[in-house]
Design a protein around this ligand. Structure first.
Ligand code: ZN
Length: 285
């Protein structure tokens, strides 16, 4: 099937895109924005695991990929119709987090191995870049350009985005709360005391934003959860996050905020550097 489509493409000139320049705000580095949106994506990724387990969702393929897809589409749709430069800046921050992880030298204990349950950092970066581009290819020709998403992948990203959007619609249809339905189970947010140093300010900002509570509330109001659950923020000794079925909770470690802050400092260099691979669709002069 792919071969057939490729032949069709070779015979058809690639249409001239009208939007091959990124909005300047999308490439501007902003530490607070980078930390906030990556906290949000982390929570929504873990919420993906939570929904898979609590609602008994069928999963074809790797659960970690499904959780990334659920996280992405939830983040994407949470902004409503406001698809401005700030919106795309946030999506790019999420993809670029994985590009930074990909390029970060790691100790063996943090290495992602090919036999592991997670995709490689580079794969998660390209998967997210593909979903961003695929959400509106005609308007987002700059996305392959700045991310280096190769044409071989970019060609099918609209289909990948449509698959993910369809999957979420199915989940909402099967497991969504009906209008007027009696109050159901909720996800309660708990902030443990923290011993953060440099991340204390970030945590205060996060609490003030109400972002964590909004994510918990949205999930509680959207889905018919089978039991009450907890979203816990705590010190764990590592920049981690997880969902625990036995503990009936989703945990975000405070250390992850500091980790995002550290990586955000490398963002300007990353974006000034050449894209990781050449994008054949983007024949810029
Ligand atoms: Zn995961």
């Amino acid at each position: 099937m792919q071969g057939l489509l490729c032949l069709t493409l070779l015979a058809t000139p690639v249409p001239l895109m009208s939007s091959d320049e990124p909005p300047p705000a999308a490439l501007r580095s902003d530490t607070a924005r980078f930390v906030a949106v990556n906290v949000e994506f982390t929570l929504l990724h873990e919420m993906g695991h939570l929904l898979i387990a609590e609602l008994g969702l069928p999963v074809l393929g790797r659960e970690e990929d499904a959780a990334d897809q659920l996280g992405f589409i939830s983040l994407f749709l949470s902004s409503g119709r406001q698809r401005d430069a700030g919106f795309y800046a946030k999506l790019l921050d999420v993809a670029d987090y994985w590009r930074l992880e990909w390029q970060r030298p790691k100790p063996a204990s943090e290495e992602v191995y090919v036999w592991g349950s997670h995709g490689l950092d580079a794969q998660r970066f390209y998967n997210l870049a593909c979903l961003i581009y695929g959400s509106d290819p005609d308007r987002l020709e700059w996305v392959p350009k700045v991310t280096g998403l190769p044409v071989e992948r970019a060609l099918y990203c609209d289909q990948e985005y449509a698959q993910v959007r369809k999957a979420l619609a199915w989940v909402e249809l099967q497991h969504g709360r009906r209008p007027g339905e009696a109050d159901g189970h909720v996800i309660r947010v708990v902030y443990e005391p923290t011993s953060l140093r440099s991340g204390q300010y970030l945590l205060e900002q996060l609490r003030r934003s109400g972002e964590v509570e909004a994510i918990a509330r949205r999930a509680s109001e959207t889905y018919r959860l089978p039991r009450d659950l907890v979203l816990r923020l705590a010190n764990c000794g590592a920049p981690d996050a997880w969902y625990s079925r036995t503990g009936a909770e989703l945990v975000l470690c405070y250390e992850r905020l500091e980790h995002f802050q550290t990586l955000a400092a490398q963002l300007p260099d990353l974006r000034q550097a050449k894209a990781p691979a050449r994008c054949a669709l983007c024949a810029s002069p």
